[in-house]
Design a protein around this ligand. Structure first.
Ligand code: GTP
Ligand code: MN
Ligand code: MN
Ligand code: MN
Ligand code: MN
Ligand code: MN
Length: 199
């Protein structure tokens, strides 16, 4: 388990804490890049207003709404459609990395993953670019994570070398591994390459 991990119950017992919930929406696909490279999975992230990559979701007030209801509300704002989220989609909770210069109280981050059908992912992308009230405001656009590797070592390695909000980068990496969306060997290769690009 990553450091900074705490249980959902411990988290909700913290009176002075703020809470945020984010979700990784994903689907299986049979489509092929350039007609030959199987994509296998679609994983959605977003380009945020601050230029960082992250997952859809946001701040939730447990005094007024359940974590899952709050997350669904944020998804309606940011993606433009209702996506029911249940406790079955919950993965883990951790403290936000110390960025205390922006916040007065401790921020607790709850993370979810939800598997959808490819067609539902397309509906999300359409709504996010049209009816979502936050389109072009909090959210500059949805992006699919390239999970494959190109001939030139691009793909996931280049994607991981971008900048991410909070611990969204490790939430992505951990989820890809846990859900078997990428092999440990291919992930290790992509990580090595992305670190070289940072240096
Ligand atoms: P407002 O409506 O403007 O308040 O934004 P929001 O409610 O949509 O909140 P946001 O999605 O920005 O999330 C709140 C905080 O959670 C952020 O300031 C980050 O510190 C953190 N955060 C945002 N996205 C992610 C993410 O994908 N993963 C993780 N771990 N943390 C995130
Ligand atoms: Mn976010
Ligand atoms: Mn948000
Ligand atoms: Mn929001
Ligand atoms: Mn919000
Ligand atoms: Mn908002």
């Amino acid at each position: 388990m990553a450091s900074g991990q705490l249980s959902r119950e411990e988290a909700l017992a913290c009176s002075g804490c703020r809470h945020a919930c984010h979700v990784m929406l994903y689907a299986d696909t049979t489509s092929k890049l350039f007609g030959r490279t199987p994509i296998r999975h679609i994983v959605l992230m977003q380009m945020r207003f601050d230029g960082l990559l992250g997952f859809p979701g946001g701040l939730v007030n447990p005094a007024e709404e359940s974590l899952e209801a709050g997350l669904s509300r944020e998804l309606l704002e940011e993606l433009g459609l209702e996506i029911p989220i249940s406790e079955e989609d919950y993965v883990e909770t951790c403290y936000a990395p110390a960025l205390s210069w922006t916040s007065k109280s401790k921020l607790i981050l709850h993370f979810y993953v939800k598997k959808m059908e490819e067609e539902q992912i397309r509906e999300v992308e359409k709504a996010a670019a049209s009816t979502a009230v936050d389109h072009g405001l909090e959210v500059m656009g949805m992006v699919r994570v390239p999970l494959f590797r190109t001939n030139h070592d691009g793909g996931l390695s280049f994607f991981l070398s971008h900048s991410f909000i909070g611990n969204a980068r490790s939430q992505l990496i951990n989820s890809l591994l846990r859900l078997h969306l990428i092999s440990p060997q291919n992930l290790a290769k992509a990580l090595r390459k992305s670190l070289r690009m940072h240096a």
